[in-house]
Design a protein around this ligand. Structure first.
Ligand SMILES: [Ca+2]
Ligand SMILES: [Ca+2]
Ligand SMILES: [Ca+2]
Length: 243
């Protein structure tokens, strides 16, 4: 109950900083870009801590509801006393949300949403502007990569590459073929004939330079995000399993 209330109203301090979410923008193609931290734990909650290296700073702090179900945990992977991952669980114990702090700013950089333990959506800050600039949607039934625990790619992605609160790229996957539609004239819609297509052979695009830039920029950041997420989750669960 508390978690639901907090989820509905929670715009908080994230991984130690303070970042107020901007008011929702209603223009066509606009999306909310606030990285809204969901509070995890309070002074009245039962919790336990795990300090694996004895420096009196916990690597994992777990918070429980009145029925002793773990509702969320805070994980500090690099022993600096600042959270790196927040994980939230549903009433069945399946993960429902993860927040990641990839850099040293102390702010949430990415949020993943799960349904019945399956990744369905991800929002993140690729550009480092402390706001969401990339939105991914996943097929919860897609096979997952054993290394990352996630599908190889989303089914759909939207990006705001200019940081102006408006989506200007639309990525869609059909199998391994990726199509990117682009808004260059700023009307919030894909420009006619703007779609760039590339697939298995890696070379069918009409504008090779642009595609290379787009695909490299996207995949580098994404690979980093996926690796950090997978690494963090594995370490977190490894620590938890070792209790
Ligand atoms: Ca410690
Ligand atoms: Ca940390
Ligand atoms: Ca346009």
């Amino acid at each position: 109950m508390l978690a639901a209330v907090l989820a509905a109203g929670g715009i908080g301090s994230g991984c130690g900083g303070s970042e107020a979410a901007s008011a929702p923008k209603l223009a066509e193609g606009a999306r909310s870009e606030g990285l809204e931290h969901e509070p995890c734990g309070g002074s009245g909650d039962r919790s336990d801590v795990l300090d694996t290296n004895g420096d009196r700073k916990p690597e994992i702090t777990r918070y429980f509801d009145a029925a002793s179900h773990e509702k969320c945990r805070v994980v500090d992977l690099n022993h600096d006393g600042k959270p790196d991952i927040f994980e939230y669980f549903d009433s069945n114990g399946a993960v429902r949300r993860r927040e990641f702090c990839y850099d040293d700013t102390g702010l949430v950089n990415a949020i993943e949403y799960y349904e019945s333990g399956k990744l369905v959506r991800r929002e993140y800050d690729i550009g480092g502007g402390h706001r969401i600039d990339t939105w991914d949607w996943f097929d919860p039934n897609a096979p997952v990569d054993p290394k990352t625990g996630r599908p190889a790619h989303p089914v759909r992605r939207e990006r705001d590459t200019k940081g102006n609160g408006r989506v200007d790229q639309w990525w869609t996957w059909n199998g391994s073929q990726l199509t990117i539609a682009i808004d260059r004239n700023g009307d919030g819609k894909p420009d006619p004939n703007s779609a760039l297509v590339f697939g298995d052979d890696g070379g069918t695009a009409t504008d090779a330079g642009t595609v290379g830039t787009l695909s490299n920029a996207g995949s580098t950041a994404l690979a980093g995000a996926d690796a950090a997420a997978a690494n963090g989750a594995q370490q977190a669960h490894g620590l938890g399993a070792g209790r």
